[in-house]
Design a protein around this ligand. Structure first.
Ligand SMILES: *Cc1c(COP(=O)(O)O)cnc(C)c1O
Length: 347
């Protein structure tokens, strides 16, 4: 398979924007090439200078953690930017289509709609696993991407590895595996498979386990061909200097992050057990993420009661296959205790 043939024709022939930093990369004492403020910045750091368009220092630090070479790494202003760029680079508006597997993360559909790309929905089975037969039937020559969210939001489960491998082995377009919640999962990442499949894109993010949702920093790992195309299409300075500096500092604190992951996983099990014991709870779905999907007797009433007590959860009760369900993020031990005691007193 040639990834170059998958991209849009106008992207293949696109002459990308060339920044001042692209044209001169070396060391110098006086930079008068980018119309920056030569006097400095009102802030302590070198914020008067444009940031590294390819974020090489930050990618180097990420590469040491993930074991993925820099040239296979793309950084976006959130994974949401990577999702949008994949549409823009690979899908012809009004012509191509993509497959999504609801109930799942909402941005794939929004991004498709913004880019005027047809969405083909293949519902997950009642066990929230892939309907491989229907997926195969939905693919045609214009199908460019299949989005697989694993662990899936809002259901919390990981998608069976063999099913994903079946799709990777057979589908001729891009397979995007969104691993936003992989740090909380028992299943291992698909990053190891990158060398096997040129059409595999693995998305991860600093927004969940890393505790940096406000920075807006997402990662896409893929073949050199895909990464080169994303770099060609992205806004030149898509990751600002403050984010690059702060993320570099954050990766030094990986120990703290790993401690939080352990607590989150143990709290997930504790909260799941406690909730499952309540009469108002019909089912707690097994989770590989930092949230749980819970079917309750009267989702809206419980949602409103929790709001009255100052606790906000996500009402997913109107979502197909999640009828009657609330999605509850795992909080701190104290927050989870507060939630449990309120719901216990209800019962
Ligand atoms: C939260 C989430 C993201 C994160 O997106 P960012 O833009 O990186 O904050 C991506 N995918 C899924 C499925 C999510 O739930």
């Amino acid at each position: 398979m040639d990834i170059k043939d998958l991209q849009r024709e106008n992207i293949r022939t696109l002459k990308p924007y060339s920044t001042a930093r692209d044209e001169f990369k070396g060391q110098a004492s006086v930079f008068l090439d980018a119309n920056e403020n030569s006097f400095g910045s009102p802030l302590p750091a070198n914020y008067n200078r444009y940031p590294d368009p390819l974020q090489l220092d930050l990618k180097d630090a990420i590469s040491k953690i993930k074991g993925v070479p820099i040239e296979n790494t793309f950084l976006g202003n959130g994974s949401d930017e990577a999702i949008d760029l994949i549409f823009r680079a690979f899908c012809n508006p009004g012509k191509d289509n993509v497959i999504i597997l609801p109930p799942t993360y909402g941005m794939y559909e929004v991004s498709a709609n913004i880019n005027d790309v047809e969405i083909r929905k293949v519902d997950l089975l009642s066990n929230f696993q892939l309907d491989l037969e229907k997926i195969a039937e939905s693919i045609d020559k214009q199908t460019k991407i299949i989005f697989i969210c694993s662990p899936n939001n809002p259901t919390g489960n990981s998608i069976n590895r063999e099913d994903i491998e079946t799709i990777l082995a057979n589908f001729k377009g891009l397979v995007v595996i969104d691993e936003a919640y992989i740090n909380f999962a028992r299943q291992k990442t698909f990053i190891q498979e990158l060398t096997e499949y040129a059409n595999l894109v693995v998305l991860q993010t600093f927004s969940k386990a890393w505790g940096l949702a406000a920075l807006r920093l997402g990662m896409a790992f893929s073949s050199r061909q895909v990464i080169d195309i994303l770099n060609k299409v992205k806004p030149p300075y898509n990751i600002n200097q403050a984010t690059q500096d702060l993320a570099l500092a954050a990766v030094e604190n990986i120990g703290t992050v790993n401690d939080w992951i352990k607590i989150t996983v143990s709290e997930r099990e504790r909260l799941s057990t406690a909730l499952a014991a309540l009469p108002i709870v019909q089912k707690v779905y097994p989770s590989d993420a930092n949230f749980i999907l819970v079917a309750v007797n009267d989702a809206l009433a419980i949602y409103n009661l929790l709001v009255d007590k100052g606790i906000i959860v996500r009402d997913r009760s109107k979502v197909r296959l999640c009828e009657g369900c609330l999605r509850i993020t795992i909080g701190t031990v104290e927050e989870n205790n507060a939630l449990i005691s309120i719901l216990e007193n209800l019962s």
